[in-house]
Design a protein around this ligand. Structure first.
Ligand code: HPA
Length: 275
């Protein structure tokens, strides 16, 4: 990353993007593992490969696209990060949140995120959707560690309500209108890449987590730092707390995510249509 400050890197990335695309998206979307299909619903105006954008990290995980897409969804101007960056890939926390900060500087006011997560709440089944109403950062590294850049946000950001209450309310109403069953709960953020041991799933559940996953928390922290509104949703792709054999694989996670995706896509589309 050289010796440029984050602000300088952001500025260069934003300048590059704005030279390629002059639209002003108000809504940003980050799609999780196996959940990239929403990007097919977008009336695309411009696609930029991450690898072309200065200082942008490049995605390495199977099932992640690696493109910044601009266009309209439900008639609203959106920017979509198709492919996200995880701490377990070896990126530093500032790299993980770099694209989120770019989104804000491009004009994005509201950020929608999806992820695949392991269910721990006994009421959850594989393929269920969970609206995230709070999170616990367990083993993730806070992306705001280090010198604070006051141009991005405050030194000590409030985190009492990272997930926008009004968007949650709207999402619940839409889900009920569309006949989509949704849970609401707490997302426990971990680094991965190991799935949890039985004892860890149990611990995370007792500690207040309803679902566990390896993304989202750092992005939400950076988004809130910059004052963006956030809505996030998990697709439950496996169940962490089971008495029987409990081997979880990446393939299982991707398959379950793909199967549940149409519900998530329908919900996101309707929610964004309201903007
Ligand atoms: N644990 C952590 N991350 C995950 C899981 C899980 O069970 N499923 C999907 N992402």
């Amino acid at each position: 990353m050289g010796d440029k400050t984050i602000s300088q890197q952001l500025e260069e990335a934003v300048r590059f993007i704005q030279a390629a695309y002059s639209g002003k998206p108000a809504v940003g979307i980050v799609l999780g593992s196996g959940l990239g299909n929403l990007s097919k619903e977008i009336a695309v105006e411009k696609e930029i490969a991450y690898s072309d954008i200065p200082h942008f990290p490049v995605s390495t995980v199977e099932g992640h696209g690696g493109r910044l897409i601009f266009g309209t969804l439900s008639g609203k101007p959106v920017a979509v990060l198709s492919g996200r960056f995880h701490f377990y890939e070896g990126y530093g926390p500032a790299q993980v949140v770099f694209p989120i900060r770019v989104m804000k500087l491009l004009g994005v006011q509201t950020l929608f995120l999806s992820n695949a997560a392991g269910g721990m709440n006994a009421a959850f089944k594989v393929g269920d959707l969970m609206i995230i109403n709070d999170h616990i950062s367990f083993f993730t590294i806070n992306p705001l560690l280090g010198k604070n850049d006051e141009t991005l946000g405050p030194r000590f950001p409030d985190m009492s309500e990272p997930y926008d209450r009004s968007l949650i309310k709207q999402a619940r109403a839409i889900a009920s209108r569309l006949g989509i069953h949704v849970h609401e709960g707490v997302y426990a953020g971990v680094t991965g890449p190991t799935f949890e041991t039985r004892a860890e799933y149990k611990f995370l559940h007792i500690a207040g987590g309803d679902a566990v996953g390896m993304s989202t928390v750092q992005e939400v922290i950076a988004a809130r730092h910059m004052g963006m509104h956030v809505f996030a949703m998990s697709v439950i792709t496996d169940l962490g707390i089971r008495d029987e054999e409990n081997i979880i694989t990446h393939e299982e996670v991707l398959q379950a995510a793909a199967a549940a995706e149409p519900k998530l896509t329908a919900l996101f589309k309707e929610l964004i249509a309201g903007f």
